[in-house]
Design a binder for this molecule. Structure first.
Ligand SMILES: [Zn+2]
Length: 184
């Protein structure tokens, strides 16, 4: 069942409220750990140079052969990412967790955009943007930037300011500004 953009925005905002994550930039490391995820950094280049992140969830508590296969939640990231990229891929994986959750599931994410043909990947991307750059906060930040010469002297462009304020990759900040019609 596909999610509408409104539902995704609502889901992300409810998540922020539930977790009392009221400050920006949103701390996606804490959000992920708060959901019981173990965070791992891996050198994916040895397997497949294109992989940047992965989520693995096993919520089925089972005793197999007398061994308790207890619940396991892992988000693995490439160890070659910048902090902004890490924060963002965590938000993306949390999107899969919030939108596509099953007792047992896994997604792997690639740097190349070709998996955006997959509706679930587009939904996780949308969730990541809604989580890290909610519309209201984006509008407030943009108004602040536009009206304050000091901000303008500190940052060469609105995109750069948004990227710094919300601690997201420049490209994602630019995409979000466009999406909300906030570009000058
Ligand atoms: Zn994904």
């Amino acid at each position: 069942m596909p999610w509408t953009n409104e539902q995704i925005a609502e889901n992300a905002s409810r998540f922020l409220e539930e977790q009392n994550a009221v400050r920006f930039p949103v701390d996606t490391y804490s959000l992920a750990r708060g959901q019981g995820f173990k965070l791992e950094w891996r050198d994916f280049r040895q397997i497949d140079s294109d992989i940047i992140g992965m989520i693995l969830v096993n919520d089925s508590e089972k005793i197999i052969e007398g061994v308790n296969m207890s619940a396991n939640r892992i988000i693995a990231m490439s160890d070659a990412l910048s902090e902004a990229e890490e924060r963002y891929i965590l938000a993306h994986e949390l999107g899969h967790f919030r939108l596509h959750r099953q007792p047992l599931f896994a997604f792997s994410d690639r740097e190349s955009q070709d998996n955006l043909n997959d509706p679930k990947e587009r939904e996780a991307e949308r969730f990541a943007r809604e989580l890290m750059m909610p519309e209201r906060a984006m509008r407030t930040a943009t108004t602040l930037y536009e009206g304050d010469a000091q901000y303008k002297s500190m940052f060469t462009s609105l995109v750069e300011y948004i990227s710094a304020m919300f601690f997201v990759p420049l490209e994602k900040a630019g995409f979000r500004l466009n999406e909300l019609g906030l570009t000058a």
